[in-house]
Design a protein around this ligand. Structure first.
Ligand code: CTP
Ligand code: CA
Length: 224
């Protein structure tokens, strides 16, 4: 694959990738987030850049470095990620939504640190965040790839998600497994896509996320 990428097969293409978690403030010191490390999204960004694509990487807070060839945009919240994606969504060939976008955010972030009150529990009201990938697919302008982290009924949910969001490909991974997925360096991905209306699946890994990313970046243009 390394040799194949030396031929820069993605030269002239612009890839937009989201990565990492989003972080939704509850008050100035507390937030709602998830366990995404960003490793899969960063690996895809690196692989696409190595293959010659111009890469824009919109990422939530992660402990990772991106090589200088990649245009990296750091965001915190889903709304900020959505704004960044919208502003970069020009002449995009492939959009890969690898971010674990928080489905909900606190309806209002308290301007001051919340104080503990009485002996009762606390209810935080949440509202839904925009679906960035669904918006991207609705633009009908890029080949759209989603990721689905599931704990059960993986194939069924992956197919339903593909249809619901109107996307071209969904890469499903089983986050109930401890050895792969979230924060691990390894992953195992089932890539679902349609060929003349018939569901197809390509299984990648188990392997390092960097290897899966290279395989995915080689595989996707062939089914576009
Ligand atoms: N996604 C997105 N914006 C959101 C939620 C999800 O762009 N607000 C993207 C993710 O980056 C991922 C894909 O949609 O590529 C699927 O995310 P997932 O959480 O599995 O799907 P949901 O539609 O949010 O369904 P659920 O969480 O209920 O399984
Ligand atoms: Ca979700």
């Amino acid at each position: 694959i390394d040799d194949h990428f030396n031929d820069k097969p993605l030269q002239g293409q612009r890839w937009l990738i989201t990565a990492g978690p989003t972080v939704e403030p509850i008050d100035p010191v507390r937030y709602l987030a998830n366990r995404s490390s960003g490793k899969m999204g960063f690996a895809i960004a690196e692989a696409a850049a190595k293959a010659g694509a111009e890469v824009v990487l919109v990422t939530g807070p992660v402990n990772l470095l991106a090589s200088s060839a990649i245009k990296r945009i750091d965001v915190q919240t889903a709304q900020q990620m959505f704004e960044a994606v919208k502003s970069e969504f020009k002449s995009i060939d492939t959009f890969v939504a690898c971010a674990a976008v928080s489905d909900y955010r606190p309806t209002e972030a308290a301007p001051q640190k919340l104080k503990k009150q009485s002996d009762n529990g606390l209810t935080i009201e949440l509202m839904q965040n925009p679906d960035i990938l669904k918006w991207a697919a609705e633009q009908n302008a890029a080949f759209c790839v989603g990721f689905a982290a599931e704990t059960n009924n993986i194939e069924e949910y992956a197919e339903a998600k593909m249809t619901k969001k109107g996307i071209n490909v969904i890469c499903a991974n089983d986050v109930s497994r401890k050895d792969i997925g979230f924060s691990s360096d390894n992953n195992e991905v089932s890539v679902y896509y349609k060929n003349n209306g018939a569901m197809q699946v390509e299984r990648l890994g188990p392997a390092l996320k960097t290897v899966i990313a290279q395989q995915l970046v080689s595989f996707l243009p062939g089914i576009k």
